[in-house]
Write a protein of this length. Structure first.
Length: 191
């Protein structure tokens, strides 16, 4: 430990020493205050910048959310329109069939040959319209019985292989590999 009695500067400081010490302390305090003020200004600037960035991101998020909702709404409307008007092209193909049937009803000639030709033509128009609408006929005579596409009414003894279709009582219809109506059939009994 240092002896304070041996050091004359610490024993009796002069007024000049004391003023210098006070000036040094004041300068240090001013520097600390200035540093703290500069630090506060920097922190406030950083805070303001962060708040501006948050506001910008919130606005961007809200715009993106609104755009997503608009896309979802438009897609929903398109799906509804597609469901509502999906049959439109098929209905347009059926219009000539309706015209032919109305013409047949308006005919008063009584000529059976002419009526038969008209009905045959109308049936061909209808078949064509169905094919264009991807509706195909199930007429499975001689085919293996398929419970997904056929409905068996009865089993009959027959010369053909067991579980094959012997006769079609009512044709079935398929649209794009989906059964609209199964064919009503009789099936060969096992021997």
């Amino acid at each position: 430990m240092e002896n304070t009695q041996d050091n004359p500067a610490t024993q009796n400081p002069t007024p000049a020493d004391e003023a210098a010490r006070e000036a040094a302390e004041n300068a240090a305090a001013e520097n600390a205050a200035a540093g703290q003020a500069a630090s506060e200004v920097t922190a406030e600037a950083a805070l303001a910048e962060a708040e501006a960035k948050i506001t910008e991101l919130q606005e961007s998020f809200l715009r993106a959310k609104a755009e997503t909702e608009n896309v979802r709404r438009r897609a929903h409307e398109e799906v509804q329109k597609a469901h509502k008007f999906a049959i439109e092209s098929f209905a347009e193909r059926l219009l000539p069939v309706i015209d032919s049937l109305e013409a047949a009803l308006a005919d008063s000639s009584g000529d059976q040959t002419k009526i038969r030709e008209g009905v045959d033509l109308t049936l061909r128009q209808l078949t064509s319209a169905m094919e264009k609408g991807r509706i195909t006929v199930l007429n499975p005579v001689g085919e293996k019985f398929d419970p997904h596409r056929h409905q068996a009414i009865s089993m009959v003894p027959a010369e053909q292989e067991a579980n094959t279709v012997v006769a079609v009582l009512q044709k079935g219809y398929v649209i794009a590999d989906r059964v609209l109506r199964p064919a009503l059939v009789t099936v060969a009994q096992p021997k």
